[in-house]
Design a protein around this ligand. Sequence first.
Ligand code: DGJ
Length: 527
Amino acid sequence: MKPFLVLLSAVAGMFAQTDPLSLPRIVQKEGRYALLVDGAPYLILGAQVNNSSAWPAVLPKVWPAIEYLQANTVEIPVYWEQFEPEPGRFDYSTVDTILGQAREHHVRLVLLWFGTWKNASSHYMPLWMKRDPERYPRMIGANGRLVDSPSPHAPATLAADKHAFAALMRHLKATDPHRTVIMVQVENEAGTYGSVRDHSPDAQKAFEGPVPAELLAALDKHPGSPSATWSEVFGADADEFFHAWSVAHFIGQVAAAGKAEYPLPLYANAALRDPLHPGPPGSYESGGPTDNVLPIWKAAAPALDVLAPDIYQDDPARYLKALELYRRPDNPLFVPETGDSPASARFFFAALGHGATGYAPFGIDYTGYSNAPLGAARLDEESLAPFALNYTLIGPIMREIARLNFEGKLQTAVEEKDEHSQTLAFGVWKAVVSYGLPQFGFGNNPRGNPEPIGRALVAQLADNQFLVAGLFCRVDFQLSDASSGKQREYLRVEEGKSIRIWNGDQTDWGLNFTAAPQVLRVTLGAY
Ligand code: DGJ
């Protein structure tokens, strides 16, 4: 083959085939990201189980919920207390059971390392560590009292966590040639409630010492003196930034130790500040990867590939803002936890529109436990249905969606109360999304669903070709330039892979989507 033909076919074939042996990894192109699994872009249609559901005896209550949801990836904890019951003795049996059952159920795994931090506390430390608080200390608050959060200034804790996490990653490398595990979360919602930073003697000494040169360089800070202290450089932010650096630097070292064994993509998740109106430091978890300290985390923990928001929000403005804050040129967007209220299911589409590589509602299993507010139904097929609908629709095209997103071709819309119509711009074309019923007739546009549950996705395949999918909405196309006097024409609207061609009532008034999972390939003309 001539050289230029080789090159051409290499580009055309990029991602065309999957390679099951290749290591999962994250790639970046012009500020957009893809998670490559089996060598091709992959979209995590995830589900995270409840905290205490990763025990072999409980797994039978996990799989039916995962199957009903049609998730392709399960996020599931590995508990340090189970994994290292005695110092240096590792028990791989639970991890092995989870891996084996995940393969049987044809899903991938994201393992959650519940290590030094779990929701700010150290409750998952093994018993032998809990019984030795001198060696593995908690933090001390400004008032001199102990805080229920591990000190990030404890060398023995760091050494133990690195050792255990490295053992986990080494074991995965040895036993998971199938790449069942595609990503690992390092700790869980690290940081602290109840004190902005650690006031233990070691922490205090570091706080009164110089800001590390690599942080100054990363933040482009140039204090007059190289020994400038945290307070001198950061003023009122000093306590919070110091704690963020301390926690991130600790976790960065744990992550690096694991990555040296087996270089899977690694991430840390964040308990968010209010995305629109954050309160003062101390009113949210301090030290974790909140939106205001992402550059500090990036500098302190380069072994982490992703800093990921756990988004528990029903308010669209706040949900969208959280997505915006974590989608950065230096950070792939991944939503590892999100609420399971029915109305929030539509935000899956918002995440896709922000280029997300994955998304996972939390608490997905039939153990009967629910974090939902009192009075809400426990998790069952009825409450899972809005989420299952997302995955039923997108599952069959998830590779294509991940690729189109990586190429910057995809946009989405989600319904907001009292906002019945939204427009997505695609050069000469615009897609107008309106929500609800009726389906029939011009000038008779849908006026919103009784509850805001509508969602739509439009991706440009070629100049005049689009992939369109949606739920509870109408999508119609118009020429962007109204002065052209031209009208759109549906030349061909194909449903699925050769299921049928839409025409007549199904296209005359726009493309109407109900609860039926339908994906259309639309070719437009103008007259
Ligand atoms: C966020 C944590 O990361 C999860 O482990 C779990 O505790 C949820 N909160 C509960 O809503």
